[in-house]
Write a protein that binds this ligand. Structure first.
Ligand code: ADE
Length: 272
């Protein structure tokens, strides 16, 4: 997979992507990540990337020209990406099915804005998808871009040592994860549940299932309603639209095939 990140403040994106699992994935060539400094695509003497908003108002807006040039330079060098994603608080909420879906693409371009936002013409002409990492506003899209990259890269084949561990993450089947314990079995009088030390795999799995349901019910009942829409839905609520539900897309990693994503079977030929 290839990910190009175009950022107003590239240093902020760079740091988090040089450690831990993302670093190992880069070293193993599971992913190639390049961070591009938006300022390098400004052509005026002062390398200006932002300007005042038409119509007035607070905050500066990222100018269209450097953003168009930056995306075009990526396309010239590496071809059309599968998605051009703009990180913005008014985007669609990022969730695990979206991350799964993006992890099956070959090439992503991420735009990380700063200041008040980016000129709407960039969103109109270049951006294919707008994503928010939560209902709060950060100073820019750099950290959200790093969050998205981390979430995607850990799902790439071969990146996590234990291949099943991504599948047992919170959210992969719509439930939160069960509590985990390690040695010592007793610490300051606090004991690890006996069942986890029993060696009885079936009992351990049953305990984990119960804990996952319990935690999800108390912390995120909305996830249970999403999982069982027939039971949670009231009469006024419409039938969910299959397309909006992502029914056309394979967002289930367990059924991942090399041809998933918009490029069909090409992924198999293009060795990663
Ligand atoms: N840029 C600023 N805040 C953001 C958020 N919550 N999600 C994505 N991009 C952002």
């Amino acid at each position: 997979m290839r990910i190009d990140i175009i950022a107003a403040l590239p240093e902020i994106v760079d740091g988090p992507l040089q450690h831990s699992i993302v670093r190992r994935a880069r070293e193993a060539d599971a992913v190639t990540i390049e961070v591009h400094d938006l300022r390098q695509f400004a052509t005026d003497k002062h390398r200006q990337i932002d300007d005042y908003p038409f119509g007035g108002g607070a905050g500066m807006v990222l100018k269209p020209e450097p953003l168009f040039r930056a995306v075009e330079s990526v396309v010239d060098a590496h071809g059309e990406p599968d998605e051009v994603v703009y990180m913005t608080p008014d985007g669609e909420p990022l969730d695990q099915p979206t991350v799964n879906d993006l992890s099956m693409r070959e090439h992503l371009v991420l735009l990380a804005g700063h200041y008040k936002g980016i000129d709407q013409r960039v969103r109109h002409a270049l951006v294919t998808r707008e994503l928010s990492i939560g209902d709060y506003v950060l100073s820019g899209g750099e950290l959200p871009a790093a969050v998205l990259v981390d979430a995607v890269v850990r799902l790439l084949p071969g990146v996590l040592g234990d291949t099943s561990s991504a599948l047992t993450d919170s959210f992969q089947d719509g439930l939160l994860d069960a509590p985990v314990y390690t040695r010592p079995a007793e610490y300051r009088g606090l004991r690890v549940p006996e069942v986890l030390r029993s060696g009885d795999h079936a009992r351990v799995e049953a305990w984990r299932d119960e804990k996952r349901m319990e935690k999800t019910r108390t912390r995120r009942p909305d996830l249970l309603r999403e999982r069982m829409p027939e039971e949670g839905r009231t009469e006024e609520e419409p039938e969910p639209d299959d397309r909006e539900n992502g029914a056309e897309k394979n967002t289930d990693l367990k059924n991942r095939t090399p041809g998933d994503g918009p490029r069909g079977g090409e992924a198999e030929e293009d060795a990663r």
